[in-house]
Write a protein that binds this ligand. Structure first.
Ligand code: SAM
Length: 154
């Protein structure tokens, strides 16, 4: 079946309002420090330098939930994926303001990161209010589909 696990096209907004100077600076300076490496296999050691439990959020919006969970479990590592630039800025604000050192971000498709994690890597995965894509012809865009669910289950 064609779905987001096989059909890697991203749908939805990638950017909204123009970034203010401070927001652009966060993207330029803080994002590279907390970004998931672009290539290679991923695990807790690669991402956090130790063997900690990992939690993953697909489509974190502006990052409120991701940051809240990360603040509650500083000994866990959190991976958040979100292609919407203004949402990533929201998460970066939380990371800076709350002093979080246990969050890594991927500004892009969560499937690309899930694919690079070995099976049985994640303690928890959050997919809160995924885009519903209610029209039948858009069904293949839904994250709650066989391909992504198989990846998540693994
Ligand atoms: C309806 S919003 C929900 C945002 C947030 N989870 C919340 O509950 O407020 C869906 C989010 O998923 C993101 N998204 C869509 N496709 C994605 C993908 N393949 N990987 C990561 N995030 C994705 C969108 O950019 C959007 O921010």
């Amino acid at each position: 079946m064609v779905d987001p696990a096989t059909h890697r096209q991203l749908y939805g907004r990638r950017a909204g309002h123009k970034l203010r100077t401070g927001q652009a600076a966060l993207v330029e300076e803080l994002l590279p420090q907390v970004a998931v490496p672009e290539t290679g296999p991923l695990d807790a050691m690669v991402l956090f330098g130790d063997d900690r439990p990992l939690e993953f959020e697909i489509g974190f919006g502006a990052g409120e939930h991701l940051a809240g969970q990360a603040a509650m479990r500083p000994d866990h590592g959190f991976i958040g994926c979100e292609p919407f630039l203004n949402g990533v800025v929201g998460a970066l604000n939380h990371i800076r303001d709350d002093g979080l050192d246990n969050v890594r971000l991927h500004m892009g498709n969560a499937i690309e990161v899930l694919d690079r994690l070995p099976d049985a890597s994640l303690d928890r995965l959050y997919l809160l209010h995924p885009d519903p894509w209610p029209k039948p012809r858009h069904a293949k865009r839904r994250m709650v589909n066989d391909g992504p669910l198989d990846l998540i289950a693994a």
